[in-house]
Design a protein around this ligand. Structure first.
Ligand code: ZN
Length: 387
């Protein structure tokens, strides 16, 4: 039997509908900001290691050698943090969290949206009760997750207790939810984002293994936040470990933010081609059976220029993945992370990729069958739980 576990209960996979595969609904912005700030020193250490002769050094050389134009953009941590909240002048500040996000979900519904995968694991998101209320009020089906985020968000004492303990916590949460109501999460999320000694840091590595084992045991999807400054060989090593050693079904795993690897933050590590995107890593992962998250279609007011410049390479990456026969390994999302990126603040919320897909169909670059695969079939295939 297979089913999809939403916060409002289990549904048949066919009932899921048009889905965005990577967003963050109500969360505690303070917790998010704290985690981000706490993560920065570790992440920057990883970036420095790159400068010391790892990929970024080779990448600059490579671009020169191959005559690829365009410098890697500046890494703006402050920009990310600034974009998180609503400015004082925005009347939406007066709304409750639920009302704010109901409006965002309404905008998503207007572009065809029916379901949303909420990628905030335990400490960063709201209680399941609140998420369920949002789902009920907005009419958008929401799938919530168990798991861990980056190193800075996981308590040190958990690591001391080891991988088995980390796994047990995830399994408990999958089984029982958070106690706020009888809703339960429907998949597992983890993160690789800190490099130490040119490896994924031991804590995140341990958490990923624990999450993978729990996801395998419970038959759920596993989403892996894969971001700066994690470099390509580390992603591929982990993919092999998950598949060969842990024995996870790669078709249930999403390596998130693969468009982030190509663009923006990820430009620091991506081996972009003359068209401005990287195809090699997504292709290698897809050939192994894994799914590729092209899930940072969101934007924030103030960086429209950067984003519009990024859309064309994204479209080309998407088309090339279809041309090469891996269109059904792609997931789409916006990584709508906080209120600042909402449509109520002039951002795109959860509305950009549906518009982009329509545009691509109108341009004759993508057909309706591909849109169906991307927005309906693949989400249901990945998110359905088989037990
Ligand atoms: Zn995210």
């Amino acid at each position: 039997m297979s089913y999809i576990r939403t916060v409002c209960g289990d549904i048949a996979p066919e009932e899921l509908g048009y889905t965005t595969m990577h967003e963050h609904t109500i969360s505690n912005p303070r917790v998010l900001q704290t985690i981000l700030l706490k993560s920065m020193p570790d992440m920057m250490k990883g970036a420095t290691a790159f400068e010391g002769g790892a990929d970024i050094g080779r990448e600059k050389e490579r671009r020169e050698r191959e005559g690829i134009s365009g410098e890697a953009p500046e890494l703006s941590i402050q920009g990310v943090i600034n974009g998180m909240g609503l400015p004082r002048s925005n009347p939406a500040r007066k709304l409750s969290d639920i009302d704010f996000y109901v409006n965002e979900m309404k905008a998503f519904r207007e572009v065809g949206g029916q379901a949303l995968v909420d990628c905030s694991p335990m400490p960063t998101g709201a209680s399941l009760k609140v998420i369920r209320e949002l789902s009920e009020k907005s009419g958008v089906k929401i799938i919530s997750c168990a798991g861990y985020y980056t190193k800075a968000s996981i308590k040190k004492k958990y690591f001391k207790k080891g991988e088995g303990y980390l796994q047990e916590r995830v399994e408990q949460y999958l089984e029982n939810g958070d106690g706020s109501c009888d809703a339960r999460p429907g998949f597992v999320k983890c993160a690789i984002s800190v490099v130490e000694n040119e490896q994924i840091c031991p804590q995140e590595h341990m958490a990923v293994r624990a999450c993978a084992k729990a996801a395998k045991k419970y038959g759920t999807a596993l989403h892996i936040h894969t971001a700066f400054p994690i470099r390509k060989p580390l992603v591929l090593d982990l993919a092999r470990e998950l598949k060969d050693e842990i024995g996870i079904d790669p078709t249930k795993v999403v390596f998130c933010h693969m468009d982030g690897f190509n663009i923006g933050f990820g430009n620091l590590v991506a081996q972009i081609n003359h068209e401005g995107y990287e195809i090699d890593l997504p292709l290698q992962l897809a050939r192994m059976g894994f799914n590729i998250g092209m899930d940072t279609w969101g934007g924030k007011p103030g960086d429209d220029k950067g984003n519009s410049m990024e859309w064309e390479p994204r479209k080309k990456l998407l088309i090339e993945m279809f041309d090469r026969g891996y269109g059904d390994h792609i997931t789409l999302g916006h990584d709508f992370m906080s209120k600042g990126g909402g449509v109520q603040n002039g951002g795109f919320g959860c509305t950009m990729f549906p518009q982009m897909l329509r545009e691509m169909v109108a341009e004759g670059r993508l057909d309706e069958a591909a849109v169906h695969t991307l927005t309906i079939e693949t989400p249901a295939r990945i998110m359905r739980i088989e037990r």
